[in-house]
Design a binder for this molecule. Sequence first.
Ligand code: GMT
Length: 379
Amino acid sequence: MKIGITCYPTYGGSGVVATELGIELAASGHEVHFITYSQPFRLDGRDQNIHFHEVSVSNYPLFEYPPYDLALATRMSDVATYYQLDLLHVHYAIPHSISAYLARQMLLPHHRHLPFVTTLHGTDITLVGIDHSYLPITRFGIDQSDGVTAISSYLREKTIEEFHTSREIEVIPNFVNCDVYTPLSEAARAEGRARYAAPGEKILVHLSNFRPVKRAVDVVRTFSRIAKEVPAQLLLIGDGPDRSAAEWLAQRRHIRDRVHFLGKQSSVSEILPLADLMLMPSEMESFGLAALEAMACRVPTIATRVGGVPELVEDGVNGRLLPVGDVDGMARAAIEILSDPAQHEALAAAARHTAQQRFCASKIIPQYEKFYERILERA
Ligand code: GMT
């Protein structure tokens, strides 16, 4: 198939999922065309079967707000024509599904049907909860899509509830390449850990875009409690609005030397397996991709019981789930696990097992392929 993929290329889990999907589809022999405003950050430009088409928006003094969605629609219809695309797959409803709708309409007079699939990731739906002016246009994008998928059952239910839509929404969960996100050999792990921790010290990790919803400050609050009981270091991967608040708190709690702000990293699969535990105290997660990436590396997660997280993390089996804001509970759980090697080993093994059995790319990519085939049959 020839598939056009549009996403937010540089920010957030939806862009990561879309990029990884494109990479996996290309590896299976499909021709993939990314149509985005910049090259997705996990693409190195050398992958076979992958093409990148930049959307550039002309900015005239008249435009107080440059019309990105229109430039995107134009690029989509051009690329679809020049490269004979079979379908478009957009990640995130706003504005991508609307641009895809326009591209499809633009091609109809030329007797060419270009179906499009919309994948909902979460913030596109919860954004509507915050700003209701987006509700009609988001619902329109969903209703007009030739196919809609959601990355968790939670998000599917939430979308139906929020939009009162009777649209069929298929759940295709997020995935991870279990050969890339994999535990390191003992020697490589020991060598990597030595960069951050002394022998005998534990390593905790957090990975996010540091938006308020991720509660990065709770990560530092939890870690400061853990560090009083267990010799440990904290790795913080990513950057965003709450990073300075986290830095300030680490300074104030006198643990700044144990908290390593690594910033945005392109190869998180090389850092995650160095850790003993992942902390994900988010206010909301429709899925929680960072937890899955850690789990595939044999790193269990202490997470909050929100959104789609319980579809991935099973309390006491492959990680722990606690209420939002319960930093004492999260710290207690971490101390218990880090002080009990048998418990840690059981959770780590179960975490990897869950990733492999239920969320491995090799299991999920065929679900997308079948979904596309169904859409094309109907088109
Ligand atoms: O959570 C973010 O800040 C980014 C956001 C996005 O749309 O890129 O993430 C959402 O999509 C991810 C990939 O499907 C999910 O793993 C996240 O749970 C989801 N975030 C929220 O629902 C808050």
